[in-house]
Design a protein around this ligand. Sequence first.
Ligand code: GTP
Ligand code: MG
Length: 172
Amino acid sequence: MSRTTSFKLVLLGESAVGKSSLVLRFVRNEFSDFRESTIAAFLTQTVSLDENTSIKFEIWDTAGQERYKSLAPIYFRNSNAAVIVYDITQAPEASFEKAKSWVRELQRQADPSIVIMLVGNKLDMESQRKTPREMGERFAQEEGLSFAEASAKSGDGVEQLFMEIAKKLPLA
Ligand code: GTP
Ligand code: MG
């Protein structure tokens, strides 16, 4: 018998790091170089873990812009998983530090069982990298988070990161 279990997933991170782009790559296999800033968007995507088990992601893509920051708890409060995104082509102070502060906020405010994945995006721009991979890797390890680098533009690592989350979610 085939069974689908639904989970809520939220994306968090500084504006323009590529949250919406990662979701649209995952859900529709699309990418655009020009994407408008998000207020909030809801999308779903179902993946199969094996022939009998599927996971339906109910995804809230949130606003990175500071003026919408107070809305974030509405979206992460009941989330089973969070993808926290930063941009590897920016200096750590620009978006990696913001990602770290989202991790802290989830540790304080979200459900203690939430699965957190830290993602360094824009891996296609490796030559312009300003945040070393090891910096993300080390922080994720210290905090017990999953970690990946990906590119919404090339698609590199995108499916894999959502599959890794799917495998960590608790099936009843
Ligand atoms: P907010 O909605 O304002 O919080 O931003 P966001 O995090 O959703 O960023 P968005 O997906 O809108 O992407 C911002 C810009 O970065 C857009 O111009 C995208 O085309 C670009 N972008 C996103 N992902 C990538 C990527 O992997 N590689 C490259 N080169 N550009 C990307
Ligand atoms: Mg967006």
